[in-house]
Write a protein that binds this ligand. Structure first.
Ligand SMILES: [Zn+2]
Length: 247
């Protein structure tokens, strides 16, 4: 019994920033394929336009508390994507990790034990330094790899689902990306997107299109059948912690 209910592998997907357009361009596909979603939220920017100059998503409206609670009712989950998205360092982790968790929990009225490193993986050391103090039980990175039941929960990898990888590779969208590896390893894919859009992604290396997102969900369901656990990341972490507690 590798995973909950005897499932052989796990598929999750996360959307950094939590743009309101997910309701239009991703949520209908989640309902159609029975995949729960997850948003990583900048704690100081819930229900307001994103304020992160230089970001491809700057100015886009972020989901409100009410919209988020509707999504939670459908099985979606949330993580703490720092206080300002300006980067986590060994010096500012008290604010960007610990204070961010407090602000987000106060805003949403719920526990948020998962942290999602903003920007790139250079913020991981700062996040790790403050994880224990902030009560963080898992950390999402953008190391492109499949997780397993034995993965360190403070180093969770994600598998970017994008239209085109940056140069010098320029590799194209692959709806099967890491799926067969996950099956072989009895692993856990956490997909990574921001806000898929029809026909053209906001950023080709940070997103796919809505059509590609559907192709991906189709492949996960077609190849995974009854053997894939379609799960929200916090649910998987809770399950892993429960299993480890039993040993
Ligand atoms: Zn981000």
């Amino acid at each position: 019994m590798p995973w909950k209910d005897g499932k052989k592998w796990v598929y999750s997907i996360t959307y950094d920033e939590g743009c309101e357009d997910l309701l239009k361009y991703a949520l209908p596909l989640h309902r159609k394929y029975g995949v729960p979603g997850h948003v990583a939220l900048v704690a100081s920017q819930v229900g307001v336009p994103r304020n992160c100059p230089g970001s491809s998503y700057d100015g886009m409206m972020i989901l409100s508390k009410a919209q988020l609670h509707d999504l939670f009712q459908e099985g979606w989950g949330v993580s703490n994507h720092s206080l300002t998205h300006c980067g986590v360092t060994l010096e500012n982790g008290g604010r960007e990790v610990l204070e961010a968790r407090q602000v987000l929990e106060e805003t949403l009225g719920m526990a948020v034990p998962m942290f999602c490193v903003p920007g790139d993986n250079t913020g991981l050391p700062g996040a790790l330094k403050y994880a224990e103090e902030a009560g963080v039980t898992s950390i999402l990175t953008i190391y492109d790899r499949v997780n397993t039941r034995d993965t360190d929960l403070l180093h969770l990898g994600r598998v970017p689902l994008h239209t085109e990888y940056p140069g010098p590779f320029y590799s194209v969208f692959d709806p099967y990306k890491r799926i067969h590896q996950a099956i072989d390893a009895e692993g856990w894919i956490i997909d990574y997107c921001h806000c898929p859009m029809p026909d053209k992604p906001v950023h080709p290396a940070k997103d796919c299109t809505t059509q590609e997102l559907e192709q991906r969900f189709e492949k996960v369901c077609e190849v995974g059948g009854d053997e894939v656990w379609l799960a929200e990341p916090n649910e998987v972490v809770d399950w892993i912690l429960e299993q480890r507690g039993k040993i």
